[in-house]
Design a protein around this ligand. Sequence first.
Ligand SMILES: C[S@@+](CC[C@H](N)C(=O)[O-])C[C@H]1O[C@@H](n2cnc3c(N)ncnc32)[C@H](O)[C@@H]1O
Length: 236
Amino acid sequence: MNAPAKSAAAPAFDAYDETYAGVVQESVAFSGLSYDFFLRSKAGLLAELMAEHLRGCPAPKVLDVGCGVGALHPLLAPLCGSLHGADISMACIEQARRDNPTVAYRSYTGVGLPYADDEFDMTIAICVMHHVPPADWPAFAAELKRITRPGGLVCVIEHNPFNPLTRLSVMRCPFDEDAVLLKCAQTRALLAAAGLSDGQSRYFVFTPSTQPWARALERKLARLPMGAQYAAFARA
Ligand SMILES: C[S@@+](CC[C@H](N)C(=O)[O-])C[C@H]1O[C@@H](n2cnc3c(N)ncnc32)[C@H](O)[C@@H]1O
């Protein structure tokens, strides 16, 4: 087992178990975009990554680390054979269970993920690492690798610190007070240092649409460090 991935974030997120969606909506409202739009963008990107990188695995076993209240799970579960969620906030996990009865949830202390080695085809962590203390980033990445089977995919989605609107929404969001944003290159280096291979990344959320034309355009722009968010992904 690798060194513990601690976090001081649990008490903060326990307080947002019932209000999480509303708080995020308020912090992005200035952009004219909705929280639902960001959820659909992430689900669209994850669907593309699964189709491209888990070709021989039509019903993947997927873990969402730091899943919070499971807001993405109604969109993510249909893409998975089985979906699992873990978070250090017990209150958020209880809310996630109420909202998504088909998803298997566990809360944990942050001292190592409560799963066996090689258990998942794909492991994701969405907007979690910027709440993990930087000293614990290597251990957090190592845990993502440990629980992902060889050949499986690890994907970290984070805010892009080069996008000024992203920085503004982070400044407006009360639970992002502790956030330390990671550059895409930094996240990729952490995944590589954890022993993951074939690292790639994609910026996304360039346009205010999730229509097919917008997704096609986003794929063309994916290397430009301008999208509101990025996905860094690599093979276990
Ligand atoms: C901004 S929320 C994101 C929730 C969800 N991933 C989403 O995108 O809606 C960050 C979440 O990360 C969780 N978190 C922070 N540190 C963590 C750690 N070391 N392990 C697992 N979850 C953690 C928090 O409790 C919180 O639920």
